[in-house]
Ligand binder design. Structure first.
Ligand code: B12
Length: 383
């Protein structure tokens, strides 16, 4: 955008008008970061080099845009960063005791946050157009090659904790980040300070040891990645640790002392919707039932086959032999991914009767992944 002769006082007024518009629209906080992200790249490149991104090849593809936001918005000068709280009630680790119920990360309890936040960003863009006529903007909410946490840290919205999420004193970490890139030079906020101190609660609790060093997450080990981003077979070594988590994981945030008195939101869109989370009932969902249960929810992203794969693992971890018939029925599912994980779960729950049962299943099976699962169990048990 062409240089505008806006005085410092005028600019200050415009920014505070923008901030109050953001609050009215529903954002909980706003800050402004410089658009130069080149300094953020060495740890990101190192992370990719180590393969910590797993199968998220889109992170590699977006690398160059992320390192130079000019490629996303030519002439970019500033990034307006925004926070939106989503937690509706205090979370505890006691969900782990309810082994008959599948746990869903609290950001997935109701409507998909993209659908809630994106329209709000659009409204804020119209405010920007009024304040800075002729400006060009681009909006993002977890939708592009933008280092959202690092930018938000620079914008003073919070600090990146050892669990690698952004957190804020007096607020906690249960919020989404979003931003508007703009070709206007705005006054930058002061970066947030880090108050993690010597605490290692998040590192110690992680069921799969995914936080391999403070501030470094190996996504391939993270239950959030394994149950959401990973589209294929869940590696054997993590299945037991997944417990009853069927979509994401919140443990590193639940134990964070800064979340003890975290802000909760009264927003209807984030309140838990009714609908079953019983593992046996989830396993019984047919395609239409799945669509109905998870309509407009972020869970729909992993599709029925992704969810039922995770549900099979959770049933295998339930220790309840009564769910065996439910898993045996799942062996008839047309999705090999579901059948493969149901085989593993049955192996966890069945006794000596498993031998002849698996022999018969093997005779009817044609998918190589499922066959491998059956062979693994039968070899393990009977050599
Ligand atoms: C890929 C991704 C994932 C991956 C990888 C997560 C990760 N930690 O990188 C997986 C699938 C595992 C994941 C999980 C989750 N995610 Co996610 N995810 C993303 C995404 C798309 C990119 C993140 C990324 O770039 N990762 C790569 C790493 C290297 O980048 P980074 O962590 O930003 O690294 C920077 C800093 O950590 C720093 N750094 C690196 N090393 C070091 C070392 C030291 C010493 C220091 C000081 C700094 C430092 O520099 C790095 C480079 O900029 C963002 C959206 C976005 N576009 O940013 C959402 C995002 C980070 N996810 C989000 C959420 C909510 C989650 C979950 C909580 C969901 C859940 N409950 O299941 C979990 C949390 C798991 C965890 N502990 O991180 C939110 C986080 C909000 C917040 N409060 O921070 C985001 C911002 C989406 C959003 N718009 O709100 N996610």
């Amino acid at each position: 955008m062409s240089e505008q002769s806006v005085s410092k006082t005028e600019m200050k007024t415009k920014v505070s008008q923008l901030e109050s518009a953001a609050r009215k629209i529903g954002f909980d906080a706003m800050g402004i970061a410089p658009s130069d992200t080149s300094d953020l790249m060495p740890p990101f490149d190192d992370w990719l080099k180590k393969g910590y991104h797993g199968s998220m090849a889109w992170l590699v593809r977006g690398r160059d845009k992320r390192s130079d936001l000019n490629r996303v918005l030519p002439g970019i000068q500033s990034v307006i960063c925004l926070r939106t709280n989503y937690q509706t009630q205090v979370r505890q680790l006691d969900y782990l005791n309810d082994t008959a119920t599948g746990d869903i990360t609290c950001y997935g309890w109701n409507l998909d946050y993209h659908d809630i936040i994106e329209p709000r960003l659009k409204v804020l863009e119209t405010e920007l157009e009024k304040l800075f006529p002729g400006c060009t903007t681009r909006r993002y909410v977890d939708t592009g090659p933008v280092p959202e946490k690092a930018l938000a840290e620079q914008a003073g919205l919070g600090w990146i904790g050892k669990h690698t999420n952004l957190l804020t004193e007096g607020v906690g970490s249960w919020y989404f980040l979003s931003e508007i890139l703009i070709d206007v030079l705005l006054p930058f906020s002061n970066p947030a300070e880090n108050y993690c101190g010597p605490c290692t609660a998040c590192i110690d609790i992680c069921p799969t040891g995914a936080i391999v060093a403070p501030y470094v997450l190996d996504a391939r080990r993270c239950i959030s990645y394994l149950t959401i981003e990973n589209k294929g077979v869940i590696p054997l070594e993590f299945r037991k640790a997944i417990g009853n988590r069927v979509y994401g994981c919140d443990d590193c945030q639940i134990v964070c002392p800064w979340n003890e008195d975290a802000t909760t939101t009264p927003e209807a869109a984030f309140q838990e919707r009714s609908g079953t989370r019983l593992l046996t009932e989830l396993m019984a969902l047919d395609p239409a039932g799945f669509r109905e249960r998870f309509r407009k929810s972020p869970v729909k992203r992993i599709k029925r086959r992704g969810l039922l794969r995770n549900v099979a693992v959770a049933l295998g971890n339930s220790g309840d032999a009564e769910v065996v018939p439910v898993l045996q029925r799942a062996l008839l599912d047309k999705e090999p991914l579901i059948r493969a994980h149901a085989v593993w779960a049955l192996g966890e729950l069945m006794g000596t009767e498993a031998g002849p049962f698996f022999k018969q299943t093997l005779a009817n099976e044609t998918d190589p992944d499922v066959i491998l699962e059956i062979q693994r169990i039968t070899t393990l048990r009977w050599g």
